[in-house]
Design a protein around this ligand. Structure first.
Ligand code: ZN
Length: 461
């Protein structure tokens, strides 16, 4: 790990030196002066200018130090988490916060340090915009959860925890991914400890998933989730490939794609009208006694839980809001790293009515802070909100989409997403892309409405 840390610090330093050199700056200025290109060239200049200006604000020493600190912090976090020893990680969290404050100062900001960090993951987003978004989310979710909680055990997900052979899970998931439109000639799916999607160009998109013998949803919905990220990368316009425009525009928009396929498609009645018989034929012993409706309800069970990545659609955003509030207080020094676990547990009690038995199931569960990612968490919720806004816009253009999904046809939906989101890569800033695709700015209302309709029906409220 020490050797790898040094290698990464050196490479990040060299990359930063080359990109921020006078030579790059001069080339960029010349290109801006000549600026005779089409709209792709205009967008390219805008994006490279943004990246260049941000990068030149950080000294090479700061970049190198950030890589070194976060590389080690990640390793220390993994040890701390394995032993549930928060005190081992706390000094590293202090170092991560310190370097993030220095990075934010270097970038500059209007209102708060956090805005400078958030802008890295979600261009143009600020705390002033996020606070009301999260307030609106809370006021939609907290009362709904209060109504569901006493009825939580009306829905059992026992059937999803039976023994499901890993070979068959893999076959089933890969077939579904191919049906949805993931191109296995230009991508693949492998196994890793934590699922992710990465790409080396639009023609080489790698998904990973994890299989659990006694947890059917883990690989099934995890695969659909990563596939949503993968479809985005596979469908970026070929002419943008290999340029700074050839990638997803922001983490929030990326997450809208994964959540749309995972939840709006994968956890819908229409989808299982088509696939439930196939699943039952794949696992006859496990599902013989299970009616389609029981399966639908099981995979949409709502239950306050400790772990973000396992959370259902209703409680998921509360996990994000909790992290958002804590990382803001930490960054601004309103909360010490020493007091952070207690603050975490108090918020768990307040929002979920449960308290983690130890820090591994609490503040130590996520990798993000250890890798230096402060301001990253909100993009998960932005993705959830946007997934429904985009879904509704797609359905307005093509009301036949749900019926098509019930027949296992996904090309109209994928085509709409390609046309309105995927193909553009980083060409438009996120808020402009959302406006173009849906005719209005980011809006919580469709998402709040969707959660209420879907889960009131599941729980008979
Ligand atoms: Zn994701």
């Amino acid at each position: 790990i020490e050797a790898r840390t040094e290698q990464r610090a050196t490479i990040s330093k060299i990359a930063h030196q080359i990109f921020t050199s006078d030579e790059t700056g001069n080339l960029l200025e010349r290109a801006e002066r000549e600026n005779a290109g089409d709209e792709n060239v205009q967008a390219l200049l805008r994006v490279v200018r943004r990246d260049f200006d941000r990068a030149t604000k950080l000294s090479t020493e700061l970049v190198e130090e950030r890589t070194r600190v976060t590389s080690q912090a990640q390793d220390e976090w993994a040890k701390a988490r394995a032993q549930s020893e928060y005190s081992h990680f706390a000094p590293w969290l202090d170092r991560v916060l310190d370097i993030n404050r220095r990075v934010a100062q270097a970038y500059g900001y209007k209102n708060c340090l956090y805005d400078a960090l958030l802008d890295e993951y979600e261009e143009g987003m600020t705390r002033a915009q996020l606070d009301p978004i999260f307030d609106e989310l809370k006021s939609a979710i907290v009362p709904l959860l209060k109504e569901i909680s006493p009825r939580s055990n009306q829905v059992s997900d026992e059937i999803l925890r039976r023994e499901y052979s890993i070979d068959k899970q893999k076959q089933f998931a890969e077939r579904v991914l191919a049906d949805c439109g993931f191109d296995f000639a230009r991508g693949r799916q492998d196994v890793s400890v934590h699922p992710f999607c990465t790409h080396f160009g639009r023609d080489d998109v790698r998904l990973t998933t994890r299989y659990d013998l006694h947890d059917l949803p883990s690989a099934l919905f995890g695969s659909l989730h990563e596939m949503g990220h993968g479809l985005y990368e596979q469908n970026i316009a070929p002419e943008l490939d290999g340029t700074p425009l050839g990638g997803g525009v922001s983490l929030g928009v990326h997450e809208s794609q994964s959540r749309l396929w995972e939840n709006l498609v994968g956890r819908s009645r229409e989808f299982w009208n088509r696939y439930y018989d196939d699943l039952k034929n794949t696992f006859p012993n496990q599902l013989n006694d299970v009616a389609p409706e029981a399966f639908y309800r099981a995979m949409n069970k709502v239950e306050p839980s400790l772990i973000r990545v396992e959370a259902d659609e209703v409680t998921y955003n509360l996990h994000i809001i909790l992290r958002y509030e804590i990382e803001n207080d930490l960054l601004e020094g309103k909360l010490s790293t020493e007091d952070a676990p207690a603050a975490w547990n108090a918020k768990m009690q307040e929002y979920f009515g449960i308290t983690p038995p130890d820090d591994a199931h609490g503040i130590l569960q996520d990798v993000h802070w250890s890798i230096g990612a402060i301001g990253y968490f909100p993009t998960y919720s932005l993705g959830n909100i946007l997934s429904v806004q985009l879904w509704e816009a797609a359905l307005q253009a093509h009301p036949e989409i749900p019926d098509q999904i019930a027949r296992g046809e996904f090309s109209t939906l994928l085509g709409w997403l390609r046309e309105n989101v995927h193909q553009h890569g980083r060409k438009f800033p996120p808020q402009q892309l959302i406006q173009r695709a849906t005719g209005r700015p980011l809006d919580v209302a469709p998402y709040a409405g969707y959660l209420n309709r879907k889960f009131r029906e599941v729980y008979g409220l």
